[in-house]
Design a binder for this molecule. Structure first.
Ligand SMILES: Cc1cc2nc3c(=O)[nH]c(=O)nc-3n(C[C@H](O)[C@H](O)[C@H](O)COP(=O)(O)O)c2cc1C
Length: 230
């Protein structure tokens, strides 16, 4: 099968999405489409290299929004029915809000709109599904109450991306999620994978519900479900 997989800038369900994508890439040709935020967030969680290693070749490209122009000509592949399936996982509340209002001004919202026009079957896995709280995982975080403000910060010295301002914060836009800082700090002041609770806003849940009305588009609860559908 020729599959297109879109990734937006959500940390939630990101690791699970990458794992399923890797598994499918063994038997199918997968083109990966990254929103600008999707690319940034993949790097923060140390998952970007895993995407580059499963892409490469015709219909197995890594297409980044950062490299595209405003008309997204590559989205034409969908209106021409060149893909058998489009999966977008994880899908941010921002992207869902745009889709349900018919807005197509980003790489991911464009491929969804063109997939609709080309009648390409689409699975969307939204992060915001139901009212209430969800538990999600943070990228690397400097815990200031543990940080000892060492004269020479071992974590900052070890960081290959110079992303750490000692005693202040990690610049996530520079962080590549390699985790070297966590091992370097003798005081264990940098945590990776810390879990926090996030409240789902009414507006986001209302938008997700509107998605169920779309033709040729199915809303899934978790990327694992795709395994049973292909
Ligand atoms: C570390 C990190 C994690 C994020 N996780 C989420 C998330 O789980 N869900 C969400 O809706 N937005 C999340 N965001 C915010 C989106 O990246 C942001 O709204 C972005 O503009 C979405 O753009 P996109 O929909 O084009 O990908 C996260 C941002 C950061 C920095």
């Amino acid at each position: 099968m020729k599959i297109a997989w879109g990734i937006t800038g959500a940390g939630h369900l990101l690791q699970d999405s990458v794992e399923i994508l890797e598994m499918l890439s063994m038997d199918h040709k997968i083109t990966v489409f990254l929103s600008r935020a999707g690319e940034e967030v993949l790097k923060m969680y140390g998952l970007f290299e895993r995407i580059t290693s499963v892409t490469g070749g015709y219909y197995q490209e890594l297409v980044t929004e950062a490299e595209q122009k405003s008309s997204y000509p590559i989205a034409g592949r969908f209106s021409l029915g060149k893909y058998d399936l489009l999966v977008v996982s994880p899908t941010t509340s921002n992207t869902i809000g745009k889709i349900v209002n018919g807005i197509a001004d980003t790489l991911i919202t464009n491929i969804i709109a063109q997939a609709g026009k080309g009648r390409v079957k689409t699975y969307v896995i939204p992060v915001d599904l139901e009212l209430g709280n969800i538990e999600t995982v943070l990228p690397s975080k400097l815990e200031l109450e543990i940080c000892q403000n060492c004269e020479t910060c071992e974590a900052a010295a070890a960081c290959p991306s110079t992303a750490i301002s000692p005693g202040v914060e990690i610049n996530l836009l520079q962080c590549q999620g390699c985790g070297v800082c966590q091992m370097a700090c003798s005081f264990d002041a940098i945590k990776g994978g810390k879990k926090i609770k996030i409240h789902m806003r009414d507006v986001d849940i209302r938008n997700t519900r509107k998605l169920y009305e779309f033709e040729d588009l199915e809303v899934l609860r978790h990327p694992l479900e795709i395994k049973n559908l292909i």
